[in-house]
Every structure is written in structure tokens, then in C-alpha cells.
Design a protein around this ligand. Structure first.
Ligand code: BV8
Length: 256
């Protein structure tokens, strides 16, 4: 950990009022959930094009649902880590705090984050493609595979955004609005290659935000980020939070 950079960043944060965070699969790695493109990546045994696409679902809905059921079982065993928990605390620590995630695992909500903006949906929700009804389903494993709509009997799909599908424009617009109006944007645990989410940090930078990348590996964002912390997000975010708290306490003492 670069102690000076951490101190400098705590100094920026102690006076910041509008903070935003964009997370990817990496923030859940320390909770035991494999990332997409890492060494044990989810895609290693499967190819995204084979499974997380409408074509794959049309071709073999059972196979796609078996993959999601397997991920749901993995995720059901996972608990939020220090990274998720710190971001949940920061929700109340800044006058304006926005949490935007590419993840569908629901761990931010489980950690106590009030209303994360879930760009790519949520693995614990199903949608009837015919009626559009979205339902919560936390069965592990799924009792019916593939699950069917209780109203019309048609095949349900996961309420997630697949490759080649557009994101909900209201959700995406809100995410761009938050990133374009924040003073500091953390980009945590994402390879920053999946669009349009990968364009959010650019929007924040163009609006003058300080960009902080937290990722053990370099990404296309690294060369333009103002701060790069090459380490696991759980450890970095909890260390930074302790620095921030210390600064807040000392400035409170000075003002007494
Ligand atoms: C769309 C839900 C319009 C499903 C997901 C150029 C411009 C625009 C679009 C495209 C383009 N080229 C191609 C496209 C299309 C495509 C795309 O971006 N493809 C990529 C691969 C190039 N985009 C789309 O299709 C999007 N829709 O553009 O609509 C359109 C319409 C029609 C035709 C064309 C365009 C929809 C994208 C959404 C796809 N759905 N998820 C599911 O999960 O089953 S994306 C999936 O990838 C997850 O949501 C995941 O979050 C996301 C991004 O991956 P990451 O989160 O970054 O995960 P990754 O493994 O890659 O990286 C993890 C990182 O963590 C690593 O860097 C690692 O170093 C780090 N890490 C590891 N451990 C830790 C850590 N960091 C911190 N701490 C640790 N301990």
C-alpha cells in the first residue's frame, strides 16, 4: 500500500461532499466469487458468448439456467467483505454518495448499501419476457429448471443484462448523471472493458472528478486515473476508511 498516496487521498476525501463508486466483479473476489476474466474466471470454463447472451438462451435455456443456478449457489455461500462493508458505511459518511455496480450478486445490498444502481441487473430476480413481470426468487437450488412464469407458464429469464442487450436507459442515464457530478470517483475491481459501464469513468474525469482505481492489475483506465492502488479492494478501502476517520476526528478536535 502506498502510504503517502493513501494519506493524500484521505485529505481529498475529508473535504469532499459528492463521492461516487463504480464496482465490478473484483470487489466480490475476496468473498470467494470468481471474477469473469481472472485466472479462475467464470468465463474460463464457459465463454460469455455461449451463455450470457439472448441467442444462447433461445438456443438452450436449460444450459443457461444451469449456469445461473450454479452461480446462485456460489453467491448464496458468499458474505460481503470489508470492501462492501466500507462502501455501505460511506453511504452515510458523505452528503452525496452514489454506488454504481456492474455486479449482479447483490452483495452490496447485503452489506447494507441502501440503493445501489445495478447496471446489469440482479441474479436473485427473474423476469417474464412476455409480461415483463420482475420477481425476486432466492431458491437455492432452483426447484424448477428452467423456471416458468406462474401466471402465463412461459419460460422466465434471469433479470440481468446480457451481452448484445441494451441497459435500461433510465438506470444508465442516472449512472452517468451521478458520475458527471461527483468530485471523486472510485473505480473498484473492474477490468474496465465492458461498455457502456466502462465509459462512466471517462465522463467523471471530463467533469473534473478525481479518479481513484483500486485493482491489483492494471486496466485501460490506469494511465488516466489520478490514484492507482494495486491491491485487493477489501484491504485498501478499510485502511482508507480508518485514515479518513482519523482525519475527521483530528479536524473535529481542532474546531472545538
Ligand atoms: C450494450 C450480466 C448496446 C450478466 C454483464 C464497444 C462499445 C460498446 C459496446 C460494445 C463494444 N464492444 C462490444 C460491445 C458489446 C458489449 C461489450 O462491452 N463487450 C466487451 C466484452 C467488449 N457490451 C454489451 O453488450 C452491453 N450492451 O452495449 O448494448 C449494444 C446493443 C447491441 C449490440 C451492441 C451494443 C451489455 C454489457 C452487459 C453484459 N452483462 N453481466 C451476467 O453477469 O451473467 S457484464 C459482466 O462483465 C459482469 O456484469 C461484470 O461485472 C462485467 C464487467 O466485468 P468486470 O466486473 O470488470 O469483471 P472482470 O472479471 O472483467 O474484472 C475483474 C477485475 O477485478 C479485474 O481487473 C481484476 O484484476 C480485479 N480484481 C480481482 N480481485 C480483486 C480485484 N479488484 C479488487 N480487489 C480484488 N480483490
Amino acid at each position: 500500500m502506498n502510504e503517502d498516496a493513501l494519506d493524500e487521498l484521505a485529505g481529498v476525501l475529508v473535504s469532499a461532499t459528492r463521492v461516487a463508486v463504480l464496482t465490478g466483479a473484483g470487489i466480490s473476489a475476496e468473498s470467494g466469487i470468481p471474477t469473469f476474466r481472472g485466472a479462475q474466471g467464470l468465463w474460463k470454463r464457459f465463454r460469455a458468448e455461449e451463455l450470457a447472451t439472448p441467442e444462447a438462451f433461445d438456443r438452450d435455456p436449460r444450459l443457461v439456467w444451469e449456469w445461473y443456478d450454479w452461480r446462485r449457489r456460489l453467491i448464496a455461500e458468499a458474505v460481503p467483505n470489508e470492501g462492501h462493508k466500507t462502501l455501505a458505511v460511506w453511504q452515510k459518511a458523505f452528503p452525496s454518495f452514489s454506488l454504481i455496480t456492474q455486479n449482479i450478486d447483490g452483495l452490496h445490498g447485503l452489506a447494507g448499501s441502501a440503493d445501489p444502481i445495478e447496471l446489469h441487473g440482479n441474479i436473485w430476480k427473474t423476469r417474464c419476457p412476455f409480461e415483463g413481470t420482475v420477481r425476486e426468487n432466492r431458491e437455492v437450488p432452483l426447484s424448477e429448471l428452467p423456471p416458468r412464469c406462474p401466471d402465463c407458464g412461459r419460460l422466465l429469464r434471469p433479470h440481468v443484462v446480457w451481452f448484445g442487450e441494451s441497459l435500461d436507459s433510465r438506470i444508465l442515464d442516472e449512472a452517468f448523471r451521478r458520475c458527471s457530478s461527483c468530485q471523486v470517483l472510485f473505480v473498484v475491481g473492474t477490468s474496465a472493458v465492458v461498455h457502456p459501464a466502462a465509459a462512466l469513468p471517462q465522463a467523471a474525469a471530463e467533469a473534473g472528478a478525481v479518479i481513484v482505481e483500486v485493482n491489483p492489475e492494471p486496466t485501460p483506465l490506469s494511465r488516466t486515473a489520478d490514484f492507482c492502488f494495486r491491491e485487493p479492494s477489501g484491504r485498501m478501502l478499510s485502511r482508507l476508511d480508518r485514515r479518513l476517520e482519523a482525519r475527521r476526528r483530528s479536524s473535529a478536535r481542532r474546531t472545538r
